[in-house]
Design a protein around this ligand. Sequence first.
Ligand code: GUN
Length: 285
Amino acid sequence: MGAVIIDGVAIAKAVRAEWKERADRLKTQGILPGLAVIIVGDNPASKLYIRNKIKACREVGLHSEIHEFPRDTSQEMVLKRISELNVNPDIHGILVQLPLPPHIDSAKVQETISSEKDVDGFHLYNLGALVAGGTVFPPCTPYGVQCLLEHMDIPIEGQNAVVVGRSNIVGKPMALMLLQKGATVSVCTSKTRNLAQYTLLADILVVAVGKPRLITGAMVKEGATVIDVGINRLPDGKLVGDVDFEEAKRRAAYITPVPGGVGPMTITMLVANTVQAAERVAEKA
Ligand code: GUN
């Protein structure tokens, strides 16, 4: 029997509708949730990402603004703009699109964003909160994966979860979130010796490495849930994930496609974090 294909587009739409209701409620209290996106340089992929982020905010009725800087902008200028946005009451979330040009220290930039407006969840305070078992601003991609699992009623507690990938943006926070929900978690990398030995134990397999078809069908446990975070463009222009979808779907019970799986959820959770940031401001008022 083939796997159920997890429809990230449909789930993202439903989740955005829920967050729109919450944003509308804030508007009745006179608060319009606002997101500021900073981009330095003209990386085409980054520009496409931020266009999609802004579009999602507009669909939910949030205020959003783009702060574009040329590639040779000094770090000082970028930090100055962040400091201004940190105290701007119309802005509840600040996101600096990565990667930044090499003369700018990304870590310094992340630490300059107020942890209360860090909707990416990359600030050390927010990462620390995740380690301590709290969720202030969960990083958007793993938060989106968790939301997909919850929407599909896929249990996490007591399950064997294997995360392939150890990035600060996806792998590490994903492992912590699954651990917090009671899974037994293993973290692997693309260099793990005999990777299949681990992946074959996974009731929930999350792959975020950036290597097309790293995970073959034979590496998937029968009945597993397979979440493919990878987005890779093949020489023929086709977009594929890190999992061999056609093979894996014959063994999995649930699987995300690429595109149309995790991608739409990442942007949705950015909207969620921005609305939540504004709700916290409303609570304090
Ligand atoms: N570049 C690629 N993914 C992301 C993300 O989730 N947030 C930011 N700020 N930059 C990125």
